[in-house]
Design a protein around this ligand. Structure first.
Ligand code: OOG
Ligand code: NI
Length: 268
């Protein structure tokens, strides 16, 4: 069933993401044993900056649903650019969309990505649920490995396509956990591994945002030459501090995000 409105789309995104990544289901269900509900701080999406699929394309259902563009971020070393979007309702998840700057990569990578994007059926990128369509192209395992050599992000995107890369627990709204350290201890007690790049906690009270994340689940993905187990999606945890006006800070911190991206890298 194709989602027709934003609530339905967000629900479908959560359903597909939590089915694909068993750790997400386990952590979420465990939290629900002591919480009435778990609020999402944000949802993150990835893409390539080709005009057929760039941020301007992926942002559409959110803009139609009342979201506004808020911040932008540059990631020089990873060759990424990102924007975040907010809804007037502070309980609606913020949306973080990044895109790979193709022009900064080799002709070979550009050629490969073009061949993937050329496979997207005519008009599919205009579908309301395109952001959650999955992988609309065929891919063989050696092409995936080749992309990874230049960019972990390029490889992840080729293998998984359009789908949330992570949802994020808004730790401030939990009743049973009151800090990010407490959240991390909880995750470790459940026996899940945290991304330790840049330390278990990225950011601090000084930058008004603390974040941590699991290492992505390894899942079996279908390639044209068979199934292979590769990193899929992760779960993130965010704790926000109030700004001088007294409202919780709602932006992102590029230096922290830079490390969070690595939650889908192989071999940490
Ligand atoms: C996004 C990483 C950045 C954050 O909250 O800073 C991020 C990604 O892995 O695609 O989500
Ligand atoms: Ni995030």
């Amino acid at each position: 069933m194709q989602a027709q409105n934003l609530d339905a789309l967000l629900a479908q995104m959560w359903k597909d993401y939590s089915h694909m990544n068993p750790q997400v289901r386990k952590i979420y269900n465990s939290l629900l044993e002591q919480e009435d509900k778990v609020i999402n701080d944000h949802i993150a999406l990835r893409t390539y900056n080709d005009p057929r699929v760039n941020i301007e394309v992926l942002k559409k259902p959110f803009i139609e649903g009342g979201y506004k563009e808020k911040g932008e971020y540059e990631f020089k070393a990873k060759k990424l650019y990102a924007k975040h979007f907010e809804h007037l309702d502070p309980l609606m998840p913020k949306i973080f969309i990044s895109e790979l700057k193709l022009e900064e990569f080799s002709p070979a990578l550009n050629q490969t990505v073009r061949e993937l994007l050329d496979q997207i059926p005519e008009g599919m990128n205009e579908r309301y649920d395109f952001v959650n369509i999955g992988r609309p192209w065929k891919l063989d395992y050696s092409t995936y490995l080749k992309l990874l050599e230049e960019s972990e992000y390029a490889g992840w995107m080729a293998a998984h396509g359009f789908r949330p890369n992570h949802f994020t627990v808004f730790v401030n709204h939990l009743k049973s956990i009151h800090s990010l350290i407490g959240m991390n201890d909880y995750i470790k007690r459940l026996d899940f591994k945290l991304n330790t790049s840049g330390g278990e906690i990225k950011g601090s009270k000084d930058v008004l945002l603390e974040q941590s994340s699991t290492l992505a689940d390894t899942v079996e993905v279908e390639f044209t030459d068979g199934k292979h187990a590769i990193p899929a999606c992760y779960y993130e945890f965010a704790y926000r501090y109030p700004t001088e006006e007294g409202k919780l800070y709602s932006g992102f911190v590029a230096q922290s995000a830079d490390k969070i991206f690595e939650s889908t890298n192989r071999g940490q």
